[in-house]
Write a protein that binds this ligand. Sequence first.
Ligand code: SF4
Length: 335
Amino acid sequence: MPSIKYCWIFITDRCQLDCDYCFFSSKTRRQDLSLAQARQLLNILPKDPKTEFVISGGEPLLRWDFVKTLVRDIKKIRPKSSILLQSNMLLLTEEKMRFLRCHNISLEPGIDGNPESTARHRKGTSAQNYRLICTNIKKALRLGIEVFPTMTVHPQETRYMAKNFGFLSSLGVSRIDVHPAFLAPWDAASAKDFIDNYRHLAALSCARKRVLCPCYSRPMSYGHDLVVLPHGDVLANWTFMAFPKAIRDRFFILKLGTDGTAYNEAVYQGLLAHYRALFKNRTVSYREFSNYSAALAMRLWKRTRPKAGLRRYRDICRAVKNIDQTFLMTPRHAK
Ligand code: SF4
């Protein structure tokens, strides 16, 4: 197995919210990963110290005992692992925060800015629980936990980007990941607006030492992700999750079952060949890798002959509800 950039563990597909840009399509809202499956995964992971773990869902705090056990298991095998917990923050308590602090776990809350922007697309966010999210972010920061919010921007919201970014900065966070909404209908004008506003934020954040998170634009070494779904299928990148279940089911590379791990050898070797070609003689950022994965999945699904590079990428993206986000930040855009 080549190097693993992120090991995403989606421990449940249950969630109290219903965000319209959630990339976990086909959620059943009743699946939970078992401890036996999680341990199978940890046993077969390559011993790459650079792998970052992301514990996610659905809402992982709906399974707090499971989170604690999983964290302890990861730390037992790799005491220095970095672990990020993605959460909507609604069930966070001081006791949970102390556990996170003690195990050096960062938090990634989803919050799109001020209450109006957040409630518009994160369905289920009431005024009361919005206040709770903000309070919990401030409390976690006070306890010394690193908190890196993801601010998702919808095509109709690009004009509020600076205001929302300013609001999140005022909570005291030092890093904000600004993302265009996945699977949203971006057209050329709204994409341009996103880029213009993003450049503005990049300049602002440099001046104020509040930085946009550039981590997805840094070069990565040849490899892929392990994305563990609650029913035990393992994918090579999170973009495969966005596809309808029927398509997604074709691309699992591993299956963590009750009676052991099954490899999907043909699919895995096929994907590796494509990734090897992508990384050959060039530097690839995680963003490019993810975009390439989305294009690749569609290309394979349609059983068309793979073409060089990303030539048909835009056509393919249109077919999957405008998944195309090639306008996302690159070092060139951030200048
Ligand atoms: S909080 Fe996260 S998992 Fe839940 S619906 Fe929103 S994006 Fe999806």
